[in-house]
Ligand binder design. Structure first.
Ligand SMILES: Cc1cc2nc3c(=O)[nH]c(=O)nc-3n(C[C@H](O)[C@H](O)[C@H](O)COP(=O)(O)OP(=O)(O)OC[C@H]3O[C@@H](n4cnc5c(N)ncnc54)[C@H](O)[C@@H]3O)c2cc1C
Length: 297
């Protein structure tokens, strides 16, 4: 049996973070393996308008172009679901029974949205049903907006959106406890507050409204949903990596290296913001740092 191949770097996740890192490392003529299970959050972004030089581009296009670009620099790309990462002499990256070895690892596996269970949601996701103020707040400008959430922070979001985007806001909180301490402020801001559970989006081609469990119908053109997200990180559970105070996001240094030497974490898994340009920038920084360290080996 021949010796097992050792990659310079294995990159987990072919979103903007992983693709940008792989392009840098490919262009340093390093042995790079990029593994992705398929799908991914960027694919849901239909109109990205805040990425430099792109008036509007879909997430799908960014990923397809990125994969082509990475291949052109000899990055090896494989489809696979990473199930475990360990560190012994080298990093051992497992996709089920399959094992890959590498000197460095970049984790860029992203997050997934906690979407409420509402009939018709997927018809409008990324078109008029949004989950992120930085991505799509602008697209609600001067529109009839419903904001839905289950947290007191949703109240802050509503006040911020009123300040920047639209005066016509109904806030629907799916919670047992009305935020009485904010009642006056919301009234001053002219934001309608309803405590209730959304069950269906009304509309066919175009969003027309939101129906609540009690039968109430609220007219709207756009919805901003605020239920947070979860990390795609189950394969990191054996590594005991340091996390933030809420025991949620991973702590990294200025080169995006985690508390485990040689393992980098880019994109919304770390404590930074969740944006394409930021994930890509972090991927570039991590790759440049790995290039330097490979030269020291
Ligand atoms: C509806 C919507 C609209 C958005 N609009 C914008 C916008 O306008 N502008 C903007 O900047 N950002 C926008 N975003 C956010 C943007 O999509 C994220 O910032 C971006 O996805 C982060 O990139 P990433 O590389 O970290 O992760 P992702 O793009 O999520 O990529 C992670 C990849 O890792 C893969 N993966 C996960 N787990 C595993 C595993 N165990 N094994 C192998 N592969 C795995 C996933 O399948 C995926 O392909 C939007 C997001 C959504 C949902």
């Amino acid at each position: 049996m021949g010796e097992e191949k050792v990659y310079d770097c294995i990159i987990i996740g072919a979103g903007p973070g992983g693709l940008q890192a792989s392009i840098y490392l490919g262009r340093y003529n390093r042995k790079v393996l990029l593994i992705d299970r398929g799908g991914g959050r960027t694919q849901h972004a239909r109109h990205i308008e805040n990425f430099l030089t792109q008036k509007a581009i879909s997430g799908k296009e960014i990923i397809e172009l990125g994969l082509q670009q990475a291949r052109s620099f000899n990055v090896q790309i494989e489809k696979g679901l990473i199930t475990n990462v360990m560190k012994n002499n080298y990093f051992e990256v497992y996709a089920g029974d399959k094992r890959y070895l590498s000197k460095f690892v970049i984790v860029s596996s992203g997050v997934y949205d906690n979407l409420p269970s509402i009939e018709n949601l997927h018809r409008f996701l990324g078109i008029s049903f949004f989950t992120c103020i930085d991505c799509d707040g602008y697209r609600t400008t001067n529109k009839k907006l419903v904001i839905i959430g289950n947290h007191i922070k949703t109240v802050h979001l509503a006040i911020a959106m009123k300040d920047m985007f639209t005066k016509d806001i109904t806030l629907v909180l799916y919670t047992d406890k009305a935020p009485y301490e904010y009642k006056e402020e919301l009234a001053d801001e002219n934001i309608r507050l309803i405590i209730g559970r959304p069950v269906r989006i009304i509309g066919d081609e175009k969003m027309e409204g939101l129906e609540l469990e009690d039968g109430q119908k609220i007219e709207c053109e756009v919805i901003m949903s605020h239920f947070g997200y979860k990390l795609n990180d189950s394969f990191l559970s054996g590594l005991n990596l340091k996390r933030d105070r809420d025991d949620f996001k991973y702590i990294v240094n200025s080169s995006y290296e985690s508390s485990l030497s040689g393992l980098y974490i880019v994109g919304p898994l770390n404590t930074g913001n969740d944006q394409v340009v930021i994930a890509a920038g972090e991927g570039a920084v991590a790759a440049i740092d790995i290039k330097k360290r490979l030269l020291e080996h």
